[in-house]
Write a protein that binds this ligand. Structure first.
Ligand code: XMP
Length: 319
């Protein structure tokens, strides 16, 4: 792709100018954006880059292993795998307000990065895979008044005290352009095609208070749901699909016993840039089969809803 080839060259030049001979740390989330940012920056400055993958305990099933393996097998980028799940889950205990959750996670990310940055001599920059829609949406909602809908933990949240400057080479790009750039940089197609996953992770797919039990149930249910979508060949048609665990339990019957378990919401949307979205029109057969599989295979769930809300008025994530 000619355009992305030119963009790549220009971005590499700018990164070199900005960074000089200093060191950069880059937060890897496992998503496409931070991965593309990391590979691009590595092309520009080589081993002046260290990546930090923070496991906040809010990742999907097998996600940490998959991301670390992908990077260690395909790239020679120094990578720190930081298991900070006790810290994050501990601080989130008893927190149910969506913005408080986001701000808590954002603050802890900064603390953790600070900790690792302190261990790297001459680290002066923090790299992030911030995209153009992240920049806009954390300031105002398109077409509406200038209000914050959700505070993205990865935008503008760097307090002065952190003493690191930002490198954001994707700040002018939309998602489809980031994917084209990732392709240009040779990232595996299966990785580039992954659905977006938000920085605050499963925390915002567990409305209300988080618990380890709920997160475990959610991880299993989400894996079954995504497996269903892949088996039906629908993964690439959908912008983003995930399960959310609702803050309620309902009564059911299984075999000859009563159950009192959690309800799940399934979400799937099509979108171009995440700013607006349409719910995905699954067939009734698909929905019925998926609900049955989840309830049979995942202990702790006895009811499944499908979310038919588009954006607006809904947002993609539940919080
Ligand atoms: P919403 O829920 O605002 O989501 O309609 C739009 C897109 O942004 C993702 N999202 C986030 N990504 N940090 C991120 O990196 C965040 O705090 C965050 N919040 C939402 C969401 O998954 C969707 O793709």
């Amino acid at each position: 792709d000619w355009t992305m080839g030119a963009y790549r060259e220009e971005a590499i030049k700018q990164i070199r100018e900005q960074v000089g001979d200093k060191k950069v740390i880059c937060g890897l989330s496992g998503g496409v954006d931070s991965s593309v940012a990391a590979v691009l920056i590595h092309e520009a400055i080589g081993d002046q880059l260290t990546c930090v993958f923070v496991d906040h305990g809010l990742l999907r099933k097998n996600e940490a292993e998959e991301v670390v393996t992908m990077f260690r097998d395909n790239y020679n980028i120094p990578l720190i795998h930081a298991d900070e799940s006790e810290l994050f889950l501990g601080e989130l205990e008893g927190v149910s307000d969506p913005e408080t959750k986001r701000k808590t996670i954002g603050r802890l990310f900064i603390d953790v990065f600070q900790k690792y940055a302190d261990q790297i001599e001459d680290a002066e920059f923090l790299a992030q895979g911030t995209l153009y829609p992240d920049v806009i949406e954390s300031v105002s909602f398109s077409g509406g008044p200038s209000v914050t809908i959700k505070s993205h933990h990865n935008v503008g949240g760097l307090p002065e005290k952190m003493g690191l400057k930002l490198v954001e080479p994707l700040r002018e790009l939309f998602k489809d352009e980031v994917r084209a750039l990732g392709h240009e940089l040779g990232l595996p197609a299966s990785f580039i095609g992954r659905h977006p996953f938000p920085g605050p992770g499963l925390a915002i797919r567990c409305p209300g208070e988080i618990s380890r039990d709920k997160l475990d149930i959610l991880r299993e249910a989400d894996a079954v749901y995504i497996d269903q979508i892949r088996k039906h060949g629908l993964y690439d048609e959908i912008w983003q699909a995930f399960a959310a665990i609702l803050p309620m339990r309902t009564v059911g019957v299984m075999g000859d016993g009563r159950t009192y378990d959690y309800a799940l919401a399934l979400r799937a949307v099509t979108s171009v840039d995440g700013m607006t979205a349409d719910y995905y029109p699954f067939s009734h057969e698909f929905l019925g089969e998926t609900a049955t599989r989840i309830i049979n295979e995942v202990k702790g769930v006895n009811r499944v809803f499908y979310d038919c809300t588009s954006k607006p008025p809904g947002t993609i994530e539940l919080e």
